[in-house]
Write a protein that binds this ligand. Structure first.
Ligand code: NAP
Length: 474
């Protein structure tokens, strides 16, 4: 595919192969943008911020709703692209494509709810002769940098609110999964988005990133990805807004009075969705000792029943990791944990990029797989005796995006909701739950700022005050 640079779809002699991680087959190639392309993108986006700003609320909303309907009309095509270039099975990919329609629809609706407020200038002596208000105006040029594992919906989570807010956007998709982003860009253009308001620049973040991120014409960097790249970008950004949606290491507490079967069912899905490459995937489960054996046996049996393999096969539960190198990393983290005392209850093996769904217990706290983000199909089980102990252990890592707790006792649920230190606490479901309109973002090393359309829209616009001096009034 070509990339959208300036006002045109362009090729470059330098290209990047986009391969299916299941069998390494070549799906397509995309241009590898260079330093000159970065400058074209910046000049174009800076000029197009005026075009974007002048679009009426109605026009922005219509473009977003039309884009949503294009995705809806071509759902299977989008789903196949997600599944082929990434790790998701075709069924998981269909789910992501459906959510993308939702994300764009919400964006189209929220565009019309972007309002300001009157300001009580007479609330201080001397203000009797002043009247005024603030409105929310576009921030300008937004640089959108999404990760690989939700290659369509997480792109929509940036483009939707950026366009709803009247901004121009430079999108730099993940190098391994650029095709879904390019197709979504095509849909926006087909829906009537004016030229230049959106560009999609394909290429390596490590090569293009600094010039984009540090440029003063960019007023906001909206980043979703790992801590390392996030910190690098934050250090380079200079005086601009940054939205940081980073990784996590999500804990779940299963109390003794829970619906244990439901907890096991939904936590297995939450641990292995997208082969565990999921920022809100379940990584650590703290289970009341009285029900530990029962929960563990059910959890392991359900994991063993998982089918792994060809993503395009309708019956496959879990596909490969994004690369063989990533699968090797998870395999080595499992081996390290075992070496210092952990037990593998099931899984642990690897064939190419296919890492088996893996369940561990007796994992020491100094094991990398305990304290770092695994971002792969491995989950740790721990028995606990006391709720305060469970909450303290759940909170003991440097991340805090989602946490979850299961119990049928309201007081226990409240204690978990109040005690768990994360952006969201999910009660009686796994951490792997998100509504696309809810505020979404983490504490600690999980990030800064919130996504979820209304909340991104607030980040991607700024209040502008209009104050009238009216000596005839008051
Ligand atoms: P990543 O390696 O950090 O890459 C994310 C994006 O940043 C990619 O587009 C990448 O481009 C780009 N990038 C890398 N270095 C850059 C630089 N120096 N300047 C500018 N851009 C740069 O993350 P990933 O492996 O794709 O995604 C997995 C991570 O995302 C996990 O840690 C996960 O938890 C996190 N995540 C967080 C959330 C959330 O909302 N909190 C949601 C989803 C995922 P290239 O592909 O070209 O390197």
């Amino acid at each position: 595919m070509k990339m959208l640079l300036g006002h045109e779809w362009v090729d470059r002699s330098d290209t990047i192969d986009v391969r299916d991680p299941f069998d390494n087959s070549l799906i397509d190639t995309v241009p590898s943008a260079n330093a000159e392309d970065v400058q074209i993108a910046l000049v174009t986006a800076y000029a197009a911020r005026e075009t974007a700003r002048k679009m009426t609320t109605y026009e922005r909303s219509q473009v977003l709703l039309k884009t949503a309907s294009i995705v809806a009309d071509n759902l299977e095509d989008f789903a196949r692209t997600i599944a082929r270039e990434g790790s998701k099975t075709i069924n998981e990919a269909r789910g992501e494509a459906r959510r993308t329609v939702n994300t764009l629809t919400i964006s189209g609706e929220e565009a019309k709810r972007l309002t300001g407020e009157t300001i009580p200038f007479d609330s201080f002596p001397g203000g009797e002769v002043r009247r005024g208000y603030f409105e929310r105006v576009p921030i300008g040029v937004v640089l959108a940098i999404p990760p690989f594992h939700d290659p369509l919906n997480l792109v929509a989570h940036k483009l939707g609110p950026a366009i709803a807010g009247g901004n121009s956007v430079i999108l730099k998709p993940a190098t391994v999964t650029p095709l879904s982003a390019l197709k979504l860009t095509e849909a926006f253009i087909e829906a009537g988005l004016p030229a230049g308001v959106l560009q999609c620049l394909t290429g390596h973040g490590a090569i293009l990133g600094d010039a984009l991120v540090s440029d003063k014409r960019v007023r906001m960097v909206s980043f979703t990805g790992g801590l390392e790249a996030g910190e690098h970008i934050a250090n380079r950004a200079g005086l601009k807004k940054i939205g940081m949606e980073l990784g996590s290491n999500s804990p779940v507490i299963v109390w003794k009075d829970s619906d244990l079967e439901w907890a096991a069912e939904t936590c297995v899905s939450g641990a292995f969705w997208a082969a565990g490459q999921n920022c809100i995937g379940v990584q650590r489960i703290y289970i009341h000792r009285d029900v530990y054996d029962r929960f563990r046996n059910d959890f392991v049996a359900r994991t063993k029943a998982y089918t792994i393999g060809d993503k395009m096969d309708e019956t496959t539960n879990m596909g490969p990791m994004i690369t063989e190198a990533e699968a090797k990393r998870v395999e080595s983290w499992v081996a390290e944990a075992v070496e210092i005392g952990a037990t593998v209850l099931t899984g642990g093996g690897r064939t190419g990029a296919l890492m088996e769904p893996t369940v561990l217990e007796n994992v020491p706290e100094n094991a990398t797989i305990h304290h770092s983000e695994v971002f792969g199909p491995a989950v740790n089980l721990y028995p606990v005796d006391d709720l305060d102990e469970a909450i303290a252990k759940a909170n003991s890592v440097d991340f805090g995006l989602h946490s979850a707790g299961f119990s049928n006792d309201l007081t226990i649920c409240h204690r978990m909701a109040e005690g768990l230190d994360s952006g969201s606490v999910i009660i009686n479901d796994s951490t792997d739950y998100r509504l696309d309109s809810m505020p979404f973002g983490g504490v600690k090393n999980s990030g800064l700022g919130k996504e979820g359309i209304r909340f991104s829209l607030a980040e991607m616009t700024e209040p502008k005050v209009v104050c009238w001096y009216l000596p005839g009034v008051g």
